[in-house]
Design a protein around this ligand. Structure first.
Ligand code: BTN
Length: 243
């Protein structure tokens, strides 16, 4: 699969995920939407995703692997996070994954991934996998993000990052094992994910919508879910945000 045939670059958009959803019927499976500027990017749990400038990636992958939903779709964000870590490692940094799919370097968030399933009535129409990846930002702009610690690849390496090159590597690597992932699911990436997972064995707080759960992050199970040990009860979390 060649990136050039699939890439759609947009100068400015509200959100690449929203664009993909609005135009889903016309967009082929595997289309990559990349925006230079994003004015209304959003993340998980309705948070905003701040545009740190044109040197950063705002992208959405349009995936239409089948006519029906598959149980491996929720794990696609984890698959993406592993691929992203592998690419970041080529730049000499050591990324970690904060369950389920935030990518951190030195404890600071460098990328966020948001998946959205599109259904019409009962019919599955597609899956949008969006990612914001901070490649080139200045200290001042990252410090303006107050709700979490944020970094960018250039701040970690001291070098400007070629955005097109990074995007091409990322998308090519994503599609290399994508079909196999659809067959095998989380099992395909379990070891690679676990090697990079942070917080395991630690005392954590996880926000799940309006509720905060406290406990020890016991393990990630075979389905990629977080097993939280709360006092003497185990809770299996399929989504949430480690605070
Ligand atoms: C998160 O960390 O909560 C996920 C953030 C996802 C942000 C990306 S930027 C490109 C795509 N378009 C959006 O509106 N969101 C995703």
């Amino acid at each position: 699969m060649s990136l050039r045939e699939k890439l759609k670059i947009i100068e400015e958009v509200d959100s690449t995920n929203l664009y993909a959803k609005r135009n889903l019927a016309e967009l082929d499976d595997g289309t990559v939407i990349s925006a230079q500027r994003q004015t209304n990017g959003h993340g998980r749990f309705d948070r905003a995703w701040v545009d740190l400038g044109e040197g950063n990636i705002f992208m959405s992958l349009v995936l239409k692997p089948s006519d029906s939903c598959s149980e491996v779709f929720p794990n696609l964000t984890q698959y993406f996070s592993v691929i992203l870590c592998e690419i970041l490692e080529e730049y000499g940094v050591i990324p970690q994954i904060k369950w389920p799919n935030d990518v951190l370097i030195n404890g600071k968030k460098i990328a966020g991934i948001l998946s959205e399933t599109v259904v019409q009535g009962q019919k599955f129409k597609g899956f949008i996998l969006g990612a914001g990846i901070n490649l080139n930002a200045c200290e001042k702009s990252v410090s303006q993000i107050k709700d979490k610690e944020v970094t960018a690849l250039n701040l970690e390496t001291g070098k400007i990052v070629d955005k097109s090159e990074f995007l091409e590597k990322l998308v090519n690597k994503f599609f290399k094992n994508y079909d196999e992932f659809l067959q095998k699911g989380f099992g395909l990436i379990e070891n690679s994910y676990m090697r990079r997972a942070c917080f395991l064995g630690k005392e954590i707080s996880v926000k799940v919508f309006n509720e905060t759960k406290n406990g020890i992050a016991k393990e990630i199970n075979d389905c990629g879910e977080l097993v939280l040990l709360e006092k003497d009860k185990e809770t299996i979390l399929t989504m949430g945000d480690i605070l």
